[in-house]
Design a binder for this molecule. Structure first.
Ligand code: ZN
Length: 300
């Protein structure tokens, strides 16, 4: 009988916002030291440009830090251009309402300010600019694109294809992570039925690597047990469905001095290792798995 090796449970840590949005290198360094101590490779979702004329390819200390991370098994992918002003479309309600903004009023105000830029030509120009900065920084193109605050309209995916990008990581499977952030524990909703817990086609040419959820955003000691329980519940469900656990966390939280995000993540990574025998890997490795046919795509 041919022996069949079961597919590994894949766990991908993605860390958003280093670079143009969170320019404080010490937050990145502390995040990296934490991941190295855990023995977990991560994908850093790097913002190529930001306030004060900041631009990644002109920041020698950042380039050195990111190249060093890549040499040690992490990888870097592309996160927006300026990570501002709804640059690739409106941002999802669950993110817009984090600061207490009313969803409808916020959408109206964003549309009035930025709606005239929500068109393919503007997306194309911004994506090309972002990719060119990335390419100068890393001497290669990014494989995966995630927009800042997940701003998007469907046209973005045709623009990505025109620009030669094939992978997005831009939709959320379990919005409850964000309900938990605003302490809506009683009525957090459930998984988004439109977003499967693993790679799937968004269009003929674009594959989405969905984010399962965020559990470690600005925590308090009191919040940790509930957020951790949600994460473990998701781990179980994702692997039962044959999916891939793509975690999103943020450098400003994981690298924060208070250590609370690291405390939750340490426990989550330990459960993932011990109870689920996961294989940690980067987005680049996940893309490679898809292209080799080792990771199958969800079909709607
Ligand atoms: Zn971000």
């Amino acid at each position: 009988m041919p022996s069949v090796t079961p597919a590994p449970h894949r766990f991908v840590v993605t860390v958003d916002d280093p670079g143009g949005l969170i320019q404080d290198l010490s937050l990145f360094e502390r995040t990296r030291r934490f991941l190295d101590a855990e023995g977990v490779p991560a994908s850093f979702m790097v913002v190529p440009r930001g306030d004060g004329g900041w631009q990644l390819d002109r920041q020698p200390e950042w380039l050195e830090a990111l190249h060093s991370a890549e040499r040690d098994g992490h990888d870097c992918q592309l996160h927006g251009l300026d990570h501002a002003n709804c640059e690739f479309g409106p941002i999802p309600d669950l993110i817009r309402t984090l600061d207490g903004t009313d969803a409808e009023a916020g959408f109206r105000s964003d549309s009035e300010q930025f709606g005239h830029m929500w068109r393919p030509e503007a997306y194309y120009e911004k994506l090309q600019t972002a990719m060119a900065i990335f390419e100068r920084a890393f001497e290669r193109r990014p494989l995966v694109f995630r927009t800042g605050a997940l701003s998007q309209t469907p046209e973005l995916y045709d623009v990505m294809a025109d620009a030669g990008m094939r992978y997005a990581s831009n939709l959320i499977t379990d919005p409850r992570g964000w309900a938990y952030i605003v302490e809506r524990y009683d009525d957090p909703g459930d998984w988004d039925p439109a977003v499967p817990p693993g790679p799937h086609r968004l269009t003929d040419q674009i594959i989405n690597l969905p984010i399962i959820s965020e559990y470690a955003w600005y925590l308090t000691e009191a919040k940790i047990p509930r957020h951790l329980a949600l994460a473990i519940d998701d781990l179980e469900r994702v692997f039962a469905a044959g999916g891939v656990f793509v975690l999103v966390c943020h450098v400003q939280c994981v690298g924060a001095e208070d250590g609370l995000s690291r405390k939750l993540l340490h426990q989550l990574l330990q459960v993932a290792r011990q109870d689920f025998g996961v294989e940690f890997g980067t987005l680049a490795a996940l893309v490679q798995g898809i292209e080799r046919g080792d990771v199958s795509l969800f079909t709607p």
